[in-house]
Design a protein around this ligand. Structure first.
Ligand code: FES
Ligand code: FES
Length: 166
């Protein structure tokens, strides 16, 4: 099958590649770019483990072809920490609030939460729960994921994080 030439930006780096037209974006990211933070959890567009940020939108990267990302700017979980390794507010929040157990959903959760906080820097708990509705976690019961996002929102807004009483 003839391969297509694509050019895009991933985590701030220009990327050029040849891809088969049938290659899904998640496979391109994981197998051709060796960025294995985005996970494959379902292949049916349900779980959100494959979520990346694409041109200012959360995208389930198993739902589009790599050729459709031609010209796009993508951020994956590997692009979230600062170059010196300092964790982003969300990564720190998931760590501090123990917003994970097995960690399989975590890269997708963080990438979705990243866009959520870009769209709404001070979300209510209900807005957080709605905002991550497309991302499934089989372990945590979501409680600490919500706290992690609240922690990050507080840090981004420069206000103290106050944990809600349960
Ligand atoms: Fe993409 Fe589950 S692997 S939504
Ligand atoms: Fe295991 Fe979310 S931490 S699926």
């Amino acid at each position: 099958m003839a391969k297509a030439h694509i050019e895009l930006t991933i985590n701030g780096h220009p990327v050029e590649a040849l891809v088969e037209p049938r290659t899904l974006l998640i496979h391109f990211i994981r197998e051709q770019q060796n960025l294995t933070g985005a996970h494959i959890g379902c292949d049916t567009s349900h779980c959100g483990a494959c979520t990346v940020d694409l041109d200012g939108m959360s995208v389930k990267s198993c739902t589009m072809f790599a050729v459709q990302a031609n010209g796009a700017s993508i951020t994956t979980i590997e692009g979230m920490a600062a170059p010196d390794g300092t964790l982003s507010a969300l990564q720190e929040g998931f760590r501090m609030m123990h917003g994970l157990q097995c960690g399989y959903c975590t890269p997708g959760m963080i990438m979705r939460s990243h866009r959520l906080l870009q769209e709404n820097p001070s979300p209510t708990e209900a807005e957080i729960r709605f905002g991550i509705g497309g991302n499934l976690c089989r372990c945590t019961g979501y409680q600490n994921i919500v706290k992690a996002i609240q922690y990050a929102a507080a840090k981004i807004n420069g206000v103290p994080f106050e944990e809600a009483a349960e």
